[in-house]
Design a protein around this ligand. Structure first.
Ligand SMILES: [Zn+2]
Length: 431
């Protein structure tokens, strides 16, 4: 037997060394000295270090979710019922200008509601303005209806004030709706801060008809965001990294993230094609659920890793600003797989999926066909900035290895695309 208890190096496990302690013996990082050792009070240098590291015990696993998730054709009609369950009599509805047009009828029946139009940026000023409106109206709940920034503003108003919160996304382009996070920007549109609330929305209502009514590129971008969830949760689980809900990843989050990935691969193309025709099929419903609920739960309680950091790095390059979050994340996934040295089959599966549904596989798909190595190095350096989730990967990460992964992903993606379109060229034989 290789394992020996920290406290019993010279012997095998003494009878007093419990199985729990044996698991964490010398071959593992997260160990606690066995009770027998502690009783002896002879912790050596190594033993002391271990005891300090575990002074407050190992990181607990945490799983967070919204109170209720409702999805389907005409689901917005359930808003009144949801507000009633939350005992709200005076909700404040913060919404995008387009909401009046796409679901105005459904909102007419809500008595006692105050409507506020979102001004376009989830900035501290806008959050304060909406919060003031909520106070003046004596609101007892906030309902956010619209795109990501509208929803983030609703979260940032409701949580600090202790108000109930209902989130109604009108597009399925990211996995943010179910989470307890708001991304706050300056008035000029630059990321200012992430605000983490200890509470998820009380309810999330996703009206499939509304989602399908939006341009299909949103749905596809959401698939790109969802594509990263399993791989990032997998990396975070292996390192027991702290997630956005301040805990180690749960098995539930990892399983949900895997279901998200499998759903996208099986139904992604069918969903895109149906949605383009305005059709709501079971595939469309499954992909919207994957983009919103499965990916949302998976990333928040499962953890982020390299793909989102590489996304963050790419955003420093001006050319990528015209692309959606999920589109950049999709390329980040391919680069992450290169960084992780994943088997060919895994990378090919992901790249082929991207090609199939219309997500970027090469730097040229992100407007970076003329990017210099210096530009890409800058992106790699930002991806490796302190505090980035790329450090949740189970190995050391450096800007150089990230740059190499980006270049390898670009080459792989372009080659796969060329094969698919019959334009692949064999390498020239030297000599
Ligand atoms: Zn994302």
């Amino acid at each position: 037997m290789k394992h020996r208890c920290v406290g019993h190096r010279s012997r095998r496990f003494p009878p007093s060394c419990s199985p729990v302690v044996r698991v964490g013996c010398v071959n593992q990082a997260a160990v606690i000295p066995c009770p027998a050792r502690r009783a002896l009070g002879k912790a050596g240098k190594h033993g002391r270090r271990i005891m300090q590291e575990n002074a407050s015990g190992p990181l607990a696993t945490v799983f967070a979710a919204p109170g209720r998730y409702i999805q389907g054709r005409g689901a917005i009609d359930r808003l009144g019922e949801v507000l009633e369950q939350l005992k709200s009599k005076r909700p404040l509805i913060v919404r995008d200008p387009i909401v009046e047009e796409i679901m105005g009828e459904a909102l007419k029946g809500l008595s006692g509601a105050t409507h506020v139009e979102f001004k376009g940026e989830c900035s501290p000023e806008e959050i304060d303005r909406v919060a003031e409106e909520a106070r003046e109206a004596g609101a007892d709940a906030i309902v956010g209806i619209g795109g990501g920034k509208t929803l983030d503003t609703a979260k940032a108003v409701a949580h600090p004030a202790g108000l109930s919160l209902v989130i109604v996304p009108t597009i399925a382009s990211t996995d943010a709706p179910t989470s307890a996070v708001s991304v706050v920007y300056t008035e000029e549109g630059e990321v200012l801060e992430y605000r983490l609330f200890g509470r998820n929305p009380d309810a999330v209502i996703v009206d499939t008809e509304v989602i399908v009514g939006a341009p299909v590129r949103f749905l596809v971008a959401g698939m790109g965001d969802g594509l990263s969830t399993y791989f990032e949760a997998d990396a975070s689980s292996r390192t027991r990294a702290k997630t956005l809900v301040s805990g180690a990843p749960t098995q539930a989050a990892l399983a949900i993230a895997r279901l998200c990935y499998d759903t996208l691969l099986e139904h992604g193309l069918a969903a895109r094609l149906a949605a383009e025709r305005g059709a709501i099929t079971p595939s469309v419903e499954k992909v919207i659920e994957a983009n919103t609920l499965l990916s949302g739960l998976g990333f928040e309680s499962g953890g982020l890793a390299a793909a989102h950091s590489i996304h963050n790095g790419l955003t420093v390059l001006e050319e990528t600003h015209q692309f959606w979050h999920g589109e950049k994340v999709a390329f980040g996934v391919i680069a992450m797989l290169m960084l992780e040295d994943r088997p060919f089959d895994v990378v090919a599966e992901v790249v082929d999926f991207c090609l199939e549904v219309g997500l970027p596989v090469g730097l040229d798909d992100l407007g970076l066909e003329n990017a210099s190595e210096e530009d890409l190095r800058r992106a790699a350096e930002v991806a490796c900035a302190e505090g980035e989730t790329i450090y949740n990967e189970p190995f050391d990460v450096y800007p150089q290895t990230v740059l190499d992964a980006i270049l390898a992903a670009d080459a792989f993606g372009r080659q796969r695309r060329a094969v698919l379109t019959g334009e692949a060229e064999l390498p020239t034989v030297a000599g």
